[in-house]
Design a binder for this molecule. Sequence first.
Ligand code: MN
Length: 211
Amino acid sequence: MGAIQLHKHDLPAALDLGPIVAIDTETMGLRPHRDRLCLVQLSSGDGTAHLVQIIPPSMGGKGADCPNLKALLTNPQVVKLFHFARFDIAALENGLGVVTAPVICTKIASKLVRTYTDRHGLKDLCRDLAGVEISKQQQTSDWGAADLTPEQLTYAASDVLYLHVIWTKLKALLLRENRLEVAQAAYAFLPTRAKLDLLGFDAPDLFSHES
Ligand code: MN
């Protein structure tokens, strides 16, 4: 388990997290257009997780006033690495009003190359590709609380600490199976996919035959 730095409202201005930043979010639930963004976790892949708590004005916080975090999310020179980016991009757009790009998604990579299994959860990838067992016990806890518990902070950090290792393995597999190009095309489309979800075109899915 790596180090954890908790930041209230925004990232520190001087922090450089490198060219590829692992990111995850915690929200009040699974519907990005309904459920408030509570926490944004980031890591450069160096073993440290930076946790930014988004505190609404109703709790005495600054809400979406986080210029450093927004600059990173929208910086075209910095690739944002997620597991199931579709949800996080929607949650970040709904919570902060910015479109996160460019992005990479380990879940999509895993589905494209690990076709011998249907286990593409982060817990599965951590175990199979990073040799790490992570707990998903805090997933459904109250992320809107003013003071997060040590268990919540540890869980939140574990969701970003291993994504670089996992991505390195998956990228090698994408190259081996000649699917890196189609993966990159899918990644370029992800911000639009997230926007469609926020607009309500997720159920029924815009791309399904169902009307
Ligand atoms: Mn998470």
